[in-house]
Design a binder for this molecule. Structure first.
Ligand SMILES: *Cc1c(COP(=O)(O)O)cnc(C)c1O
Length: 221
């Protein structure tokens, strides 16, 4: 089951420019190993303790993306363990990541989470806040953190037009940042799209899709 879904997603994403993050949160290590066996190397986790427990149980060539809300008091534990923190949702968190990266002597790659969905509970910067941050070149004070792009979610709705519009806005925010700061290096990731909407996201210019349920089935919370 898992292997078949991985293989079919890899095939469907071929030539689109988008890469698959297999979101394995709440799933046992056997499930991750099956995905690994089918060629998947990039995994997404949303809880620090769970990710730290899974890392030593998987081969060394796995890359881990942290995709959940991150509390500053847990940042230190992630240093040097993750290929990317996709879910930077405040300047306070970004500064903490930078401080801890310096302290640990590592470079941390991150995405800025942009909030466009209609749900109020979701974390992230508004497009305006992000443009403000890049407009005043806030990133120039970072010493050991590399901002590689943006991450976002569409509204949780059956209204496909709304979903399209959300992804269009996420991508537009990314494009505006690039225009604002053409000298930004390695700013090339747009992480958007999940099990139910990844095709729409790819169509709107996603470079990283984060798919969990379609691969691993429903999560047992
Ligand atoms: C859980 C999660 C996903 C995966 O969602 P599915 O609907 O299971 O594919 C993607 N992105 C984030 C940020 C998540 O927390």
């Amino acid at each position: 089951m898992i292997a078949r879904e991985i293989e079919s997603l890899h095939k469907e994403l071929e030539g689109t420019g988008a890469e698959l993050v297999a979101v394995s949160k709440f799933h046992p290590i056997e499930a991750l190993k099956e995905a690994y066996g089918a060629g998947q190397r990039l995994f997404g986790e949303s809880r620090v303790q769970e990710m730290l427990a899974k890392i030593p149980a998987m081969p060394d060539d796995v890359k881990w993306h942290f995709i959940g809300h991150l509390q500053t008091n847990k940042v230190r534990q992630l240093m040097g363990r993750t290929a990317m923190i996709e879910s930077v949702d405040s300047e306070h968190l970004l500064e903490c990541i930078d401080r801890e990266s310096v302290r640990a002597g590592v470079l941390t790659r991150v995405l800025m989470q942009v909030h466009v969905a209609m749900e109020e509970t979701k974390f992230g910067f508004s497009p305006g806040e992000l443009l403000d941050y890049f407009g005043r070149r806030g990133f120039e004070s970072l010493k050991a953190t590399h901002i590689c792009g943006v991450m976002g979610m569409a509204s949780n709705t059956d209204d496909v037009e709304r979903v399209k519009e959300d992804f269009r806005r996420i991508r537009a925010t990314y494009d505006e940042i690039r225009e604002l700061c053409p000298d930004l290096r390695g700013f090339n990731c747009v992480s958007m799209g999940m099990s139910g909407d990844w095709k729409v996201a790819v169509d709107k210019g996603s470079t990283l899709v984060r798919v969990g349920t379609r691969i691993f089935g429903p999560r047992q919370y």
